[in-house]
Design a protein around this ligand. Structure first.
Ligand code: XIL
Length: 648
């Protein structure tokens, strides 16, 4: 029973002092309300139990605060650990900050903090704080952010480890929240101002309750269930369909006369493993038999899910993220593709059209503002439409940040798909306050919020200009208290939406609704136009780069690492390749925030689309999982775009 990270990347952790975020907000913020505090100072276990047969007892051997902690001994599996029932303590829709101090009795490992929730006997494991290195030599704080999004009949907070069964200590566990303020009534509704197309928000169960529901219905005219219509939610086991997550969201939309975007029928993520297992339960290989089985499952899935909602869902993201522009044919090497080729896309659209004849059928992808990506998507759409595949629309996700992309690139994206007989939709827009994965702010800096407001202003002006092409614009979330960017690509508090953590209108809201009210003093053009000219060639930037290499966690045979490139030169780095040599046979198994190749001991990491640009003084980071035997020394030399860097 391992905790399932919903995305592998969610296991990466940057210690983000979330309590500080709460404390550092607007002056009218009340103190966070603490709803749980376990310090074990009364010499009892304060309701904590083991997840299995391990032993929990108060200890005075070590303590983080006071004289007592909770000792957990006799663990026989990594998932064993201390667990606290919080059913009735955590309310749906409220964003909690959870903090726990952990220390091992022996050795070193990674610990994580999670929530287990169950609805009608089905368990879901949600990572609050991913793998974080812990040892026996000191206390480590696990702190993260959690919003319960479903009605549950079982709810616990627990701590487990990644690889060993060492005894551990727990102390000073707290959970707190900052109460939302009343929904503002004296400001215009976004949907009343932007009338060219429906404006939507992606939602979870948390967003249809009380204040969140009021805010949603007041400002938005469309919803997209953020997770509830994905395959793992609707058909967790074969042919056993479940609509318990999505139905309440769709009912809310109906009750408020809102449109619904169905997201998504086919994706490579959040799809249960059984889908890609053959009749004997083995992982499918690319055989004709497996292809037939997979396409039959796909057809059965779409027939059930699309039929369940009929006309209520006006638009479907039929396929999601099928493009990989780095492949020669532009196609992502998902199991779908390797087993069926393009037939999964053909089948998905054909069956969706048959079952939902009046729904608009979209192909949805991210980074379509990047030329190579949009060109690959364009080629595919033209090819498939040429064959008669019923593609009605192209969805642009638009997960962007305060300094990327430029309006020009975004306009090029929209123009590319004009005149080929498709509508276009902005399907998942959010504007991260971070410009690289190495950043983490205790509270959103004022200048970033201002840049964000100007970016929203300029993007919405562009979208409205393209009203004949664009048929909807959806934001990936309602308010900053509940955003997927709090855990992706690393754990840190982000603030990418129009309303803040207390549901109040941000400058970003005014950027959309009335830019004259944005306020602040920094120059709009600094954010509205790209700070980087695309013509700057790849270089390490007038002779300056510095690299930090850190092992952030280590266990028998494996380790987690992080590399950060700092641009200490005077020119912008536009696209980077970082190289190093391992000296003890280590290998990189998996890397995030970039892509990796390894040849012998030589490792090359290439930037991801969103962190290729490093301004002078700026930095970019990538994290990875590696393996080692014997010893694991850090590399001593690094190059960026071929030039040697200072090692920090
Ligand atoms: C995200 C959800 O918001 C998260 O809650 C979940 O853990 C992972 O998926 N592109 C997509 C969406 O198409 O489905 C993703 O949604 C965000 C990126």
């Amino acid at each position: 029973m391992r905790a399932l990270a919903r995305l592998a990347l969610a296991t990466v952790v940057v210690a983000a002092p979330l309590a500080a975020v709460v404390a550092a907000q607007a002056a009218d913020d009340p103190t966070p309300v603490t709803i749980l505090a376990s310090d074990f100072e009364d010499n009892t276990v304060q309701g904590w139990t083991g997840r299995s047969a391990e032993t929990l007892a108060v200890s005075t051997t070590v303590a983080h605060g006071g004289a007592h902690s909770l000792a957990v001994t006799g663990r026989t599996a990594t998932w064993n650990g201390p667990s606290l029932n919080v059913l009735g303590t955590f309310e749906k829709g409220t964003a909690y900050t959870i903090s726990a101090w952990v220390r091992l009795a022996d050795g070193s490992d990674n610990a994580r903090l999670s929530v287990e929730r169950r609805t009608d006997g089905t368990a879901t494991y949600e990572t609050v704080v991913g793998n974080t290195a812990v040892t026996s030599t000191g206390w480590v704080q696990l702190t993260g952010h959690y919003t319960l999004s479903a009605d549950v009949d079982f709810l616990t907070v627990y701590v487990e480890t990644a690889s060993t069964t060492a005894s551990l200590y727990l102390d000073d566990v707290t959970a707190s929240y900052v109460p939302a303020l009343p929904v503002q009534t004296g400001i215009p509704a976004v949907k009343d101002v932007v009338t060219e197309f429906p404006v939507g928000a992606a939602i979870t169960g948390a967003e249809i309750t009380t204040l969140h529901g009021d805010l949603l219905a007041r400002h938005f005219s469309s919803i997209t269930p953020g997770n509830a219509l994905k395959w793992d939610a609707t058909e967790p086991t074969e042919n056993a369909f479940s609509y318990t997550q999505a139905d309440p969201l769709i009912a809310f939309a109906k009750a408020h006369a809102m449109k619904v975007r169905g997201h998504t029928l086919v994706w490579h993520n959040q799809t249960p493993a059984w889908v890609f297992q053959d009749a004997a339960g083995a992982t499918m290989t690319a055989t004709a038999e497996n292809k037939a089985l997979l396409l039959a499952r796909l057809e059965n899935h779409i027939r059930n899910v699309a039929a369940h909602y009929g006309d209520t869902i006006g638009t479907w993201d039929v396929v999601n993220e099928v493009i990989d522009e780095s492949q020669s044919d532009g196609m992502r090497r998902s199991d779908w593709y390797t087993i069926t080729g393009l037939d999964y896309i053909r089948t998905a659209f054909k069956v969706a059209r048959e079952v939902a004849p009046s729904a608009k059928l979209c192909i949805n992808d991210y980074n379509t503002n990047v030329a190579a990506k949009r060109d690959a998507l364009y080629r595919l759409v033209v090819e498939l439409k040429g064959e008669g595949v019923p593609i009605d629309c192209v969805g642009h996700q638009m997960h962007v940040n305060v300094s990327w992309p430029s309006i020009a690139d975004t306009e090029a994206m929209l123009r590319k798909f004009e005149g080929i007989g498709v509508e276009q939709q902005i399907t998942e827009m959010d504007v991260s306050i971070y410009t690289s994965s190495g950043e983490s702010f205790p509270a959103p800096p004022a200048d970033r919020l201002l840049s964000q407001a100007y970016l929203y202003r300029d993007m919405f002006a562009l979208f409205r200009k393209y009203r004949t092409d664009l048929t909807s614009v959806t934001l990936w979330g309602l308010a900053d208290d509940n955003t997927w960017l709090d855990t992706y690509p690393v754990a840190r508090k982000d603030a990418p939406l129009l309303f803040d953590t207390r549901l109040q209108a941000k400058s970003a809201y005014w950027g959309v609704v009335d830019p004259s009210k944005i306020g602040g003093t920094s120059s709009p053009s600094a954010s509205a136009s790209p700070s980087v000219s695309p013509s700057v060639s790849a270089s390490a930037g007038a002779g300056g780069c510095a690299v930090t290499y850190r092992v952030t966690g280590s266990w028998a045979g494996g380790f987690q690492g992080e590399v950060t490139i700092s641009n200490s030169g005077t020119a912008v780095v536009s696209g980077w390749k970082l190289g190093w040599q391992f000296t003890a046979g280590q290998t990189v198994a998996q890397l995030w925030n970039g892509s990796v190749t390894q040849s012998g001991s030589a490792v090359t990491v290439t930037n991801a689309a969103w962190n290729g640009t490093i301004a002078p003084g700026g930095s970019a980071s990538a994290g990875f999982l590696g393996s080692w035997t014997g010893s694991n020394p850090a590399p001593t030399a690094f190059t960026v775009n071929g030039a040697a860097c200072t090692v920090l």
